[in-house]
Design a protein around this ligand. Sequence first.
Ligand SMILES: Nc1nc2c(c(=O)[nH]1)N[C@H]1C(S)=C(S)[C@@H](COP(=O)(O)OP(=O)(O)OC[C@H]3O[C@@H](n4cnc5c(=O)[nH]c(N)nc54)[C@H](O)[C@@H]3O)O[C@H]1N2
Ligand SMILES: Nc1nc2c(c(=O)[nH]1)N[C@H]1C(S)=C(S)[C@@H](COP(=O)(O)OP(=O)(O)OC[C@H]3O[C@@H](n4cnc5c(=O)[nH]c(N)nc54)[C@H](O)[C@@H]3O)O[C@H]1N2
Ligand code: SF4
Ligand SMILES: [Mo]
Length: 698
Amino acid sequence: MVRNIFSLCFMCTVRCPIKVEVENGQVKWIEGNPHVPGMEGSLCPKGVAATALLNDPERIQGPMIRVGPRGAGEWQRVSWDRALNLVSSKLQEISQKYGPRSIVWGERVNLATHVNKTFMKLLGSPNYFSHDALCKGSINTACRSLFGYTDPEIGIDYKRTKHIVLYGRNIFESLEIRPLNFLLQAIENGARLTYIDPRVTVTATKAHNYFMIRPGTDLALNYALMHVIVKEKLYDIKFVERWVEGFRELEAFIQPYTPEWAERETGIPATKIINLAREISQDKPSVIFHFGYRGASHPNEIYFRRSILMLNALMGSIEAKGGLFFKKGPKEVGGNPPRKLTEQEGLPKIGEVRFDKVGTEVFPLPDPNHGLPQVLPFAILNEDPYPIKAAIFNRFEPLLSIPDRRLTERAFEKLDLIVTIDIQWSDIAWYSDVVLPESIFLERTDCIQQVNGLKPQLFLRHQAVPPRYDTLPAPIIVKRLAEKLGFGRFFPYESMEDLVKWQLEGSGFSLEDFQQKGFVAYTDKEIWWDRENGLKLRTPSKKIEFTSSLLEKAGYQSFPPYEPVMPAPEGRYRLMVGRCAQHTHVSTQNNPYLSELVPENVLWINNREAERLGIGDGDFVEVSSSCGDACLKAYVTDLIHPEAVFMLHGFGHTSPFASRSFGKGAADAVLQENRSDNVGGSPAFDDTLVRVRRAYKR
Ligand SMILES: Nc1nc2c(c(=O)[nH]1)N[C@H]1C(S)=C(S)[C@@H](COP(=O)(O)OP(=O)(O)OC[C@H]3O[C@@H](n4cnc5c(=O)[nH]c(N)nc54)[C@H](O)[C@@H]3O)O[C@H]1N2
Ligand SMILES: Nc1nc2c(c(=O)[nH]1)N[C@H]1C(S)=C(S)[C@@H](COP(=O)(O)OP(=O)(O)OC[C@H]3O[C@@H](n4cnc5c(=O)[nH]c(N)nc54)[C@H](O)[C@@H]3O)O[C@H]1N2
Ligand code: SF4
Ligand SMILES: [Mo]
């Protein structure tokens, strides 16, 4: 008999609602949840490939302990008890010798993050960090500086927009299904799409306006757009007068940044900049300057992301249909959100400085809920602010996701313990001392997903089939480890169903309520705040702070002068990176289906530059930066700006147990220098200059 199970995909972080058809313990079919607007049967290639992951014999099949030298690949398969006994005794030993702060937990934010943060608190360490800064930390800081809200608290009303501007937000390839389907609906209804990228992506091919901008100069474009908008009074005067703090300061600041000035910096003709400002303001407030998904790109990132958000405020597109909105939670309609383990009484407060010094005068502004992963190698190597001796990585691949892989590897040599919770043989699993395999999303029920938005809802990832191998959900692994360490009582569940029930207590919903459609809603009406008087801004002034108290109190300017981006010296190029529709970051390159669709990455290089360097399409090239070098095939094309080269992130794996991805293509992390936007907190992933030359032998 076929059973339909509503769940959440996890082939990437987007967590699309899905319907899984199961027969005799086998997954027969997966499609977008038909009850969820925007999904309705849709699935991306990675979602489809979930069945290949489920049945992949190259997954980690049980707990593993390293028996040879680190990284040599000599493993012993052991019982869960033995693996967790080893981890707990090592953690206790290290904690006694160096203090609990010498232990870090790094993960990509997930539904069980509250479980893992609780574990670290009970351990007594301030050093939980997430991937957030690597993805979009500077966007987070920019949003807080203007609105007092973080970026996940701000939504985008794609469906009703009349004009959307995307700065390298390659939404047709680096996709999220629902936003993309809503955007397609808007375009069918006549919305316009402007796309800005030094590279012609699939999104560029769908755009009404496309600008091949000089890499790293988007901030100059935005200052010129503001110049035109203010000079020609194209802004929403009523909205700006009511809600903006610091408009006069902006007006004075942008005087020198004319479209003609921006043309020289960006390469975009002044007339096109003027036309865009005029065109988009006709559709205000139903317009979107997209503030980005990944915003870990350049050293001036926070100011660039602030400028995008300011353009929205000038258009009055904040809390406007077809623009941006503040996401509403259950409390907005008098409901109770699901509980989190972090809210329990009796958890210790930890006052110590974090390993990354977030929250001190070194990094006053980045979000301490997430921290700065890219600081980890420096903290370990320099024992600054103190020694770090153990690291637990969960659903996070530091070797490929933190810039400058060699530096990270050198640092990890100093660790006494590396534990990895993963589903497959990632490079970091291969390099660990203990590997704890998690059941994949089709095999596990997960913590409740609270989805705030115009209508607050709760979703559930529901187990579809039994685990194929000796694996467990991470919250069960953590609970068992906590028991061995003597604080198991803070994990009041035996199974994932127990944990979900505990979370739902007091919310008015039960586990059974999710069976029919996979989600429950606190209301069926959209909630919008009153634009005249009802914006609940969380800044000290209760306004949108163009002049930012957050920045200025920390000693930074709200409007620092623009610093030009110098052309790279002869023979050097700005290395840009990104994703494709067929892969998730560093996770799917070994998937049996997806590894066939896109088996390796190539280096995009402008045809005129390639000709000068004697490089032909398909030739092997050697790419080198100040911190590493790599070899991959060239893709010679006029679809990329001559100052840039581009490669997909996610390749160049070194773990031999993942045979399909082993040695395929090259890793961007080997080439990227570990340098950051120190104000906003993100590394500057697209700021490294590389040399390229033809390689005669691979
Ligand atoms: N298929 C797929 N979809 C995904 C993901 C995935 O792994 N796979 N991951 C999800 C996640 S976590 C994220 S963060 C998002 C990322 O989604 P996007 O932010 O859309 O990111 P990228 O794929 O990194 O594409 C970045 C683009 O920026 C361009 N670029 C580089 N430098 C500049 C510049 O100076 N100016 C401008 N204007 N453009 C520039 C690059 O050429 C590239 O096309 O995707 C999400 N969706
Ligand atoms: N060099 C470089 N670094 C980058 C980027 C870049 O473009 N270049 N992009 C940045 C961005 S935007 C992001 S969002 C981050 C993403 O950074 P990461 O979180 O490191 O990347 P992912 O590929 O999402 O997944 C990491 C690990 O999670 C494992 N995994 C997958 N599913 C599960 C699961 O269900 N349970 C467990 N326990 N593990 C699982 C995968 O096997 C993989 O080893 O990287 C950032 N870092
Ligand atoms: S975008 Fe694709 S891989 Fe990501 S959650 Fe949705 S269906 Fe799954
Ligand atoms: Mo990301």
